[in-house]
Design a protein. Structure first.
Length: 87
C-alpha cells in the first residue's frame, strides 16, 4: 500500500523545489507580508515540518480552493500553479 507524502517528507526530500516555490512567491509580496519572509524563513518552515509534520499528509482540501484561487500572489507564481495542476 502506498503511503501518503507527509509534510516532513517534503521538508526532507523535496526541499530544493519547495524552497524555490516559496522564494518565487515571496518576491511577489508587498509590504508587511514581505517582511515576514526575511532571510532564514526556509529553515524555520522546514524545521517545523520536520518536527511536527511526520503524521500530517500533504493533501489538497476542496474547501481551500477559494483561498488559493482568490490569492493573486499564488496565482502569479508559475511554479505554484504548475504544482497545483500536477497535484
Amino acid at each position: 500500500e502506498k503511503q501518503p507524502t507527509t509534510l516532513a517528507d517534503v521538508a526532507n526530500y523535496y526541499e530544493p523545489e519547495a524552497s524555490d516555490m516559496v522564494w518565487e512567491m515571496s518576491q511577489l509580496l508587498r509590504g508587511w507580508r514581505a517582511i515576514t519572509l526575511m532571510y532564514g524563513f526556509e529553515e524555520r518552515i522546514f524545521g517545523t515540518a520536520e518536527q511536527r509534520g511526520t503524521e500530517t499528509p500533504c493533501t489538497l482540501e476542496d474547501d481551500m480552493y477559494p483561498y488559493l484561487w482568490g490569492n493573486q500572489v499564488l496565482l502569479q507564481s508559475k511554479m505554484f500553479c504548475e504544482y497545483l495542476s500536477y497535484a
